[in-house]
Design a protein. Structure first.
Length: 111
């Protein structure tokens, strides 16, 4: 089964809060955040500008991660899926509103 990280090309987006991600994955809160720290689960997005405000995950990111796990991916293969998720903007129609993209090349040192 091929896992596509380009499932973000959708007409609508749904945000999952942490308890729903835990319910879908079966992970405890600490296990979820351990996976995020190791690069094995996508970082949540902030839903407000407040530093302590709510955050969540796009449902399709959670679906992509669960599909990758179901396909038998672990370790570096899972980290590669997470990196690919983080490299894709949240919506092609709303440039600058997705996750920050890594700068590559000579301009990376200046930015």
């Amino acid at each position: 089964m091929a896992v596509s990280s380009h499932s973000w090309r959708r007409d609508s987006f749904f945000i999952l809060r942490r308890p729903e991600v835990q319910r879908r994955t079966g992970l405890s809160r600490s296990a979820l955040y351990d996976q995020i720290a190791r690069g094995e689960w996508p970082r949540p997005i902030k839903l407000t500008s407040s530093p302590n405000g709510p955050s969540g995950w796009f449902d399709h990111e959670s679906d992509t991660m669960l599909a990758a796990r179901a396909a038998g991916k672990h370790g570096e293969a899972i980290c590669a899926v997470v990196e690919e998720i983080h490299a894709v903007p949240a919506s092609p129609a709303k440039k600058g509103r997705g996750r920050p993209r890594k700068q590559v090349g000579m301009d990376a040192d200046i930015a």
